[in-house]
Design a protein. Structure first.
Length: 266
């Protein structure tokens, strides 16, 4: 991505011109938002400046935690400091970035498919997916939506909503199997239990033979902004297996929450 592809907004006053160093620093953030991660050389090329200039700009942004180095490989990506400045959209991007290595490890540890979802109006939206070694199929659910009331991810995302927000998120409760919760009072009882124990289960509620367990991902304020789950066939994720695997899901979601600034220890 080049500077020419990034068009700054027009100034508010006639003849208004951006301060060059500020303009370049903001362009670096745009470049990293577009490319994911870049080296100093790539950033300098994108800006059309010398490497030393790019390095000084990156060092300043790093001081404010707006960028960070990736595993000391000389490459940079957006840093967690952006969470203080960004809204929900940017938070979703950060969730995927921070959750992906944790999701991969969870998929390895459990052998099951791991999903990251967020609430999008009246559905849960898949942001990322990692297939475990035991996955029966490799269907990619990223970008697809699922019901909130019939899934473990959805229950987590609903669990701390006010009554008003809960009603708006669930205009109706369609039935998918004979185990789908279709009563609002029963669902509220379930959500109270999710808050108490810190995770949600959905056993044969969306599809017969499908079981999932999810735990909350929180932002630096402690708000639930996403959920992390494992899913697999009910015959494999029986009560005994769930007793072993659910703590791993909870721990993984907590790790992502810490990476996003919640309960961060300095």
């Amino acid at each position: 991505m080049s500077v020419a592809e990034i068009q700054p907004p027009a100034g508010n006053g006639a003849g208004a011109a951006p301060v060059q160093s500020v303009d370049r620093a903001l362009t670096i953030l745009e470049l990293l938002a577009h490319d994911g991660e870049s080296s100093v050389t790539e950033i300098a090329s994108g800006l059309g400046v010398h490497k030393s200039t790019a390095f000084r700009l990156l060092a300043t942004l790093e001081t404010h935690r707006l960028v960070e180095q990736v595993n000391d490989r000389g490459r940079y990506r957006l840093g967690v400091g952006n969470l203080r400045l960004a809204g929900a959209t940017t938070a979703r991007l950060d969730v995927v970035t921070e959750a992906r290595p944790v999701s991969r490890q969870l998929a390895t540890d459990t052998g099951e498919t791991v999903n990251i979802t967020v609430r999008s109006d009246t559905s849960a939206l898949y942001l990322d997916q990692q297939a475990g070694s035991s996955a029966l199929q490799s269907h990619n659910w990223v970008g697809q939506r699922i019901p909130l009331h019939a899934t473990s991810n959805g229950k987590v995302l609903l669990s701390e909503l006010s009554d008003e927000d809960l009603a708006a998120a669930l205009p109706d409760l369609p039935r998918f199997t004979d185990r789908t919760i279709t009563s609002r009072s029963r669902l509220k009882e379930e959500l109270t239990e999710v808050r108490r124990i810190g995770y949600a289960l959905a056993i044969d509620e969306l599809e017969n033979g499908l079981t999932a367990a999810a735990a909350p991902i929180r932002n630096h304020h402690g708000d639930i902004i996403a959920s992390m789950s494992i899913s697999g066939p009910t015959f494999r994720l029986d009560q005994e297996r769930l007793a072993d695997e659910v703590p791993k899901v909870v721990a993984a979601a907590l790790e992502v929450s810490h990476r996003l600034g919640w309960g961060r220890r300095h």
